[in-house]
Every structure is written in structure tokens, then in C-alpha cells.
Design a protein around this ligand. Sequence first.
Ligand SMILES: [Zn+2]
Length: 138
Amino acid sequence: MNGFVKEFKEFITRGNVMDMAVGIIIGGAFTAIVTSLVEDIIMPIISLVSGGIAIDEWGIALAGGGIIGIGKFVQAIITFLLIALVLFCIIKAMNKLRAKKEEEPEAAATKECPFCKSEIPVEATRCPHCTSELSKEK
Ligand SMILES: [Zn+2]
């Protein structure tokens, strides 16, 4: 039992567990916002445009008394597409930031020629400006 508690404590105190928990909580709140956006704003607008048909009540009544809720299913698909779209935008923005970070070391791919003080590529063994031979060390 002691080993179990210790293992659980190690699992909980590992940083990524907390990151995961924060992600799940933010994700849940975000899903609630998007669901509300679809159900409370987009769906009423669609029903207004479509001439007063409440999409979420749109379904096929079965002989046995059940209803195939096509409208609710469509609502769920719209919610999913919106969440996917927002996630795509977030991931795209993050990739852009990451690409920018990777470009920075490339900017430092030049060195200063010790003879004429002009910027030349790190790999250069002869200065293109003053034609001085450069030592291998930077
Ligand atoms: Zn030079």
C-alpha cells in the first residue's frame, strides 16, 4: 500500500500531469463556450434564416414513438467543426511562432572578418570583401 501511495504521489507531482489537468479544464470550458455559441446564437440565426424552423427540434418521428434527432446531430457536427477550426488556428499560430524561433539562430550564421570587419558567412575560409585568408576558428 505504501508503494502505491508513493507511486501515486510521484505521478501527481510530475509536471505534465498538472499540464494535462489544466488542458482538460480549459478544454472543457472552451467546449462549453463553443456549444453555447452554436446552441444559443448560431442555431437561432439558422432557424430565423430558414423560416422559423428550430433545427434542434428537427427530426424524424418513428412509428414506435421515438425520434431520430437529425437536428441535434447537425448541431453536434457544427460544434465539432467550430472547435476543430479554432484548434487549427491555435496550432497554426503556434507553428508560426516556432518557425520564427528556429529562424533566429540562422541570423547568427555570420561572423566578422578580423581584417576588414565586414559580415561574412561562418563557413567562409576566405573573406569575400578583402580576400584575406581566415583561420578555421571563429
Ligand atoms: Zn575581410
